[in-house]
Design a protein around this ligand. Structure first.
Ligand code: PLP
Length: 393
């Protein structure tokens, strides 16, 4: 079984590039050039150096002793929360901005929902001295004030999307429109393993540094590069794609994807895409998404802004379809409890997205000598307000 993309841009039944005619030249330029550019020696040298000196990689693989005792197994945390800007997203934005420069682009655009990808994009634009425009739904701008100001401090222009529900999908539409109108000088940095081919594959390759490091670190630590389990949360799926990447063909490694069940899978307020969704086209690729019977995208809900997305990347749709990854749904309550549990037992306050991955461990029974790796995608600083409103600690 092949789990990575084929020459046509598909993962099994999912993927492809469903784009308006006018975007074809931009996407085609990327498709024909991305692999040559990113595996060229000079690119790799610059990328690896920035990952080390700017992002702070390799991130530690930390044996969580007290948490391991509770679960009666061996739990390692991959500390993406220690990356510069507080999460894994910057691995991808660094890769894409280096690519943009080699394509001769001067301007960067991005869309953002909660603002985390906007901040990671504004960060690398400041680093490279490139112009940055971030589209964000007007409602999201009001809900995520601190991230809007972070982007502005970093020198980005934040443009409110005023159409539709004034949230992420409207911001995406505006960014697409901008790209159609500025095809030659602009690169569009997509923030997860979503969008038309080659984005899902390109972003997964940039994030695959996560599992590459995990293997090396496990080899050093326990003399075996393979864990029994890898857990990761899934919004669009980029941290999970990176954490799974180098284990996809090792079927003895159980891959677990945690999606957000919000108030419960059947509550009408959730983002449990595989539990509720059906095949369809979202943001330029065929995948699984939450939709009504007549094909309208359902507004997702999660306490965690980063998991509040109605679809998943096409590779994850495929891993779900063929059963290579197990998908579990985690409610707000389960995630918040897991976030508090990690804070109390290890002194690490996780992002609420990452708390979903931690909570997913409760759905499994481990053996005493199992090796369990949880990808801790981000830190909880940005979620302090949500923890306070939750209040149960
Ligand atoms: C954005 C974000 C996510 C969700 O995005 P993926 O593409 O699914 O990884 C998860 N965790 C954190 C901390 C985030 O900021």
């Amino acid at each position: 079984m092949k789990y990575t993309v084929n020459e046509k841009g598909y993962y099994g039944k999912f993927g492809g590039a469903f784009i308006p005619e006018m975007l074809y030249p931009n996407v085609e330029e990327l498709r024909t050039r991305y692999l040559d550019i990113i595996y060229e020696a000079g690119f790799q040298k610059e990328f690896q150096k920035l990952l080390r000196d700017y992002v702070g990689r390799p991130t530690p693989l930390y044996l969580a002793k007290r948490l391991s005792e509770k679960y009666n197994t061996n739990i390692y945390l991959k500390r993406e929360d220690l990356c510069h800007t507080g999460a894994h997203k910057v691995n991808n934005t660094i890769g894409q901005i280096l690519l943009a420069r080699r394509l001769g682009k001067q301007k960067i655009i991005a869309e953002t929902g909660a603002g985390q990808h906007g901040v990671a994009t504004a960060t690398v634009c400041a680093l490279m001295g490139m112009e940055c425009v971030v589209y964000m739904g007007k409602i999201d701008m009001e809900r995520q004030r601190p991230n809007v100001e972070r982007m502005r401090i970093l020198g980005a222009t934040v443009v409110p999307a005023l159409s539709g529900s004034m949230t992420l999908k409207d911001a995406t539409n505006e960014a697409m429109r901008h790209w159609i109108n500025n095809p030659t000088d602009t690169h569009y940095i997509i923030g997860s393993v979503v969008g038309p081919h080659p984005y899902p594959d390109m972003v997964a390759r940039f994030q695959s540094v996560i599992s590459e490091e995990m293997k090396k670190q496990l080899q050093e630590e326990i003399g075996n590069p393979f864990p029994d389990y890898v857990f990761a949360c899934v919004g669009g799926g980029s941290n999970a794609a990176g954490a799974f990447y180098h284990f996809l063909n090792d079927e003895h490694v159980t891959l677990v994807a945690a999606e957000a069940a919000g108030h419960g899978v059947d509550s009408g307020e959730s983002a449990a895409t595989t539990a509720l969704g059906k095949p369809g086209v979202l943001h330029g690729s065929k995948t699984i998404l939450m939709q009504t019977d007549d094909g309208q995208v359902v507004e997702p809900y999660s306490i965690s802004a980063g998991l509040d997305y109605p679809g998943i990347g096409p590779q994850h749709a495929h891993l779900f379809d063929v059963g290579r990854a197990k998908f579990v749904s985690i409610t707000d309550e389960e995630a918040m409890n897991a976030g508090i549990e990690l804070s109390r037992s290890e002194g690490i306050i996780p992002a609420i997205e990452s708390a979903h991955a931690l909570a997913a461990m409760n759905k499994f029974t481990f053996e005493k000598d199992d090796v369990v790796v949880v990808n801790l995608s981000g830190r909880g600083d940005k979620d302090l307000e949500t923890y306070i409103r939750w209040g149960k600690y």
